[in-house]
Design a binder for this molecule. Structure first.
Ligand SMILES: [Zn+2]
Length: 249
């Protein structure tokens, strides 16, 4: 028995004697029992207690991807390019394209913004996005513009991108992603006035389906003054236009 497998079995101990052959099945059972949603766009990091559990899940996904390749009639025994593909896929899902499901939220230290000379203007941050559609697991590539009117705390500028990327590294829909980013930015900054605008192209429209070369899609989420005050809304979109002039996309 591998060390990872033993750790995984240890993690299951004390759970009413319930034991599954796969750690992944055990965790699914636990999440169902807890009524914890585990859709492609949900974060389930609270169930993955350490790196060794993640390694075990990668081992199990490797076995499953081997079966998928076999069913696709791809010779993974003699084709040198397909030999390690199952493991590469498993690692890529857990550590890269879906890492936002398995890792806890980025630690965004907040700095006070409550002195007399507090910053009261609008802040607009441009964040590169790499995501994946949950319908076809095709890449979604784009950029998010996150605007806030600062509340009593500020977070480091790089944290906006870290939070956006953490939300994006899952299986999502662009509409869902805009909502997720808005919610997490609100949580990290305490700002009630905020906007998220995403512009992205979709692999599932470009590489399959309608094979449209340009599949640019825009989504917007506006809250507080960004939604209710036309001046604030205009300032947000003017800022986006200014950003686009310097970094076209
Ligand atoms: Zn799709």
């Amino acid at each position: 028995m591998s060390e990872n497998k033993q750790t995984a079995l240890d993690a299951m101990a004390g759970d009413g004697g319930y034991q599954e052959a796969y750690l992944g099945d055990h965790l699914r059972f636990k999440m169902k029992r807890d009524k914890k949603r585990f859709w492609a766009g949900d974060n389930i990091s609270e169930y993955i207690l350490d790196e060794r559990m993640k390694e075990q899940l990668i081992d199990e996904a490797t076995d499953a991807f081997e079966t998928v390749l076999d069913r696709l009639l791809i010779d993974r025994e003699t084709d040198p390019n397909s030999k390690g593909t199952a493991r590469r896929l498993a690692k890529m899902y857990f550590n890269e394209i879906m890492s936002g499901r398995y890792e806890p939220s980025p630690n965004a230290t907040a700095f006070p913004n409550d002195t007399q000379d507090r910053y009261e203007g609008m802040l607009v941050v441009r964040s590169e996005l790499r995501s994946m559609c949950s319908h076809h697991h095709q890449p979604v590539v784009g950029v998010a513009y996150i605007g806030i009117i600062a509340a009593n705390k500020l977070i480091g500028l790089s944290k906006y991108t870290r939070i956006a990327q953490w939300c994006a590294r899952r299986g999502t829909l662009q509409e869902e992603l805009a909502n997720d980013i808005a919610r997490e930015i609100e949580r990290a900054t305490g700002a009630k006035d905020l906007g998220v605008y995403i512009q992205a192209t979709h692999g599932c429209c470009e590489s399959r389906g309608i094979m449209a070369h340009s599949s640019l899609t825009q989504t917007t989420v506006l809250k507080g003054a960004f939604k209710d005050d036309p001046g604030t809304k205009k300032e947000f979109f003017d800022n986006i236009k200014l950003q686009q002039e310097f970094a076209p996309r």
